[in-house]
Design a protein around this ligand. Structure first.
Ligand SMILES: Nc1ncnc2c1ncn2[C@@H]1O[C@H](COP(=O)(O)OP(=O)(O)O)[C@@H](O)[C@H]1O
Ligand SMILES: O=c1ccn([C@@H]2O[C@H](COP(=O)(O)O)[C@@H](O)[C@H]2O)c(=O)[nH]1
Length: 204
């Protein structure tokens, strides 16, 4: 199995890049796992308490579960991937059965902060977009898709998102094998990654 990690700050375009990479590839050969699935289960907290959680700190992520899932896939075993709700700030009761594939892509803001998770990636890609661009994209996306309002996004950006990005996420750029500049759509970089994956898939 070829394991590709795709990191970068919120709104840099990780999900978009993953969709562009996997667009014309077969689902049976390339799978995608999002770090969002591994936000800790917060069911014991009220909705109001969950709203106050710092979701941009590495401790918000259940890296143990992520590691055991990645190792299971690598060993050829399927996993039950949790499903996360951004609207509820919590895991749902659902899981998605995910079968091992020739290529697995894992994307998320914090996946390169954990040394043992980092070591599981054959290729590490960091997607870069400037912070003003990321904030604009996040505002648009969170208001239209994640049930937030302007005040919520700005408050979270100032209180946790920007400081956590500077402390934990940006420094992991140095671990990347490839940095994709994504202030604008970057078809050249996407083609390069697709070529690497196509070669892997072509192997018996
Ligand atoms: N290169 C780009 N140019 C303009 N908008 C983009 C670009 N890449 C992504 N977006 C938009 O920005 C928003 C956030 O992108 P997304 O892929 O969800 O980022 P991430 O997964 O890194 O948080 C989405 O609405 C997406 O359509
Ligand atoms: O319940 C939650 C969990 C996370 N977030 C925010 O999501 C982003 C990470 O997702 P991207 O798709 O990479 O943007 C992170 O910055 C968290 O602040 C949330 O708002 N609510």
């Amino acid at each position: 199995m070829l394991t590709i990690g795709i990191a970068g700050g919120t709104g840099c375009g990780k999900t978009t890049v993953v969709n562009q990479i996997t667009g014309q590839l077969s689902d049976s050969e390339v799978g995608v796992i999002s770090q969002d699935s591994y936000y800790r289960d917060l069911s014991e907290l009220s909705y109001e308490e969950r709203c106050k959680i710092n979701f941009d700190h590495p401790r918000a992520i259940d890296f143990e579960l992520m590691r055991s899932h990645l190792e299971a896939l690598r060993d050829g075993r399927p996993i039950e991937q949790p499903v996360y709700s951004f609207k509820e700030h919590n895991r749902t009761d659902e899981t998605i059965r995910t079968e091992p594939r020739k290529v697995m892509i894992i994307e998320g803001i914090l996946i390169f902060t954990h040394p043992e998770i980092r070591d599981l990636f054959d290729i590490k890609i960091f997607v870069h977009a400037d912070s003003d661009e990321r904030l604009i994209r996040r505002l648009r996306r969170d208001i239209t898709e994640r049930g937030r309002d302007l005040d919520e996004v700005i408050r979270r950006y100032q209180d946790t998102l920007k400081p956590m990005h500077d402390q934990f996420i940006e420094p992991t750029k140095e671990f990347a094998d490839i940095i994709i500049p994504n202030n604008k759509y970057n078809t050249v970089a996407i083609d390069i990654v697709r070529t690497i994956i196509a070669e892997k898939i072509a192997l018996p």
